[in-house]
Ligand binder design. Sequence first.
Ligand code: GLY
Length: 356
Amino acid sequence: MKEILLKTATTESVIRCGEGVFAEYAPRLADEQLFIVTDSNVFAYYRYRLWETFGEFVPIYIIPAGERSKNIRYLTAILKEMLKSGMKRNCTVVAFGGGVVGDIAGLAASLYMRGVKLVQVPTTLLAQVDSSVGGKTAIDFEGVKNAIGAFYQPREVIADPAFFETLTEREVRCGWGEIIKTSALNGEIYDLLVKNTDKFADKDFLSGIIAMCIEHKARVVEADEKETTGLRKTLNLGHTTGHALELYYRKKSHGEYVLIGMYYELYIAMKKGVCDKNYAASLIGLIKKIVNKIPSYPDIAEACKLAAYDKKNSDSRISVIVPAQIGRTEEIKLGMDEYVSLVKECSETLRRAYGI
Ligand code: GLY
């Protein structure tokens, strides 16, 4: 078990990660006035675990599984149910699930009676290595992802890899997307991954990597909680192009799109002379452990125009965070035409290489 503290100007979060931490640290929460938020898939797998841990009368709000539930209707429904269940100012919201549950339950906790205690229990790999840590909470609104949200730090995060037993392969690949992204930000994680590509499926190895990713994110969030200095932006490496492709195609998981985005952006970094070819090749090797064939998209120019909506852009240019050297990134700002033309060039190079 590893315990990581994340201290910001106003809060302190205790993050516990490792096999068995749920059994060890969740039961004592049963003494508090609890309100659980989960989703239909997670509830189907873990309802008995929840009742056994928190009591069979604990109020539980179940949203339908999937990103579509991250909306104002379910946010209002959660808040209504909290009122109906008599939740007081000192209650605790437990977000028990993946990224969607963490985001919407976190936002509900930040709003209810001007903010109540939040505990994140991430059950997916993606939520453990990324979304449950750092206090970003949100819902999608009017077709815009995470349009309404708040920075609201959980007081505790209980990240137990035992929950991965019920994950699909796609969900595991999704989490690995964020791990490989983090390796481009942190030299120690990069070294470990490069030297142990045969251990990606090993449970103990993965537990160690999760703790390192959480530690990395915690230090970044402590230094730049609200993304004001630019440091937190680095966590969005691969996301400019990845997110545009995700919005346009919606076929793969978020983490896979992050890796595909990272691949395209490595091409941009090499073309701009920011990233050395050997380092880029080594990162590509890691990417291909998860997404073995990088797609070449015929209509990529259209898809990439969606990068105009990326929150990192502070002017009309597209902001891309790229790996520069081991453990170091750079931000490249490109006009839309240049960005689209480089991404297209990369796609055509891939098409020629694969003959598709
Ligand atoms: N997922 C990126 C961040 O928390 O800033």
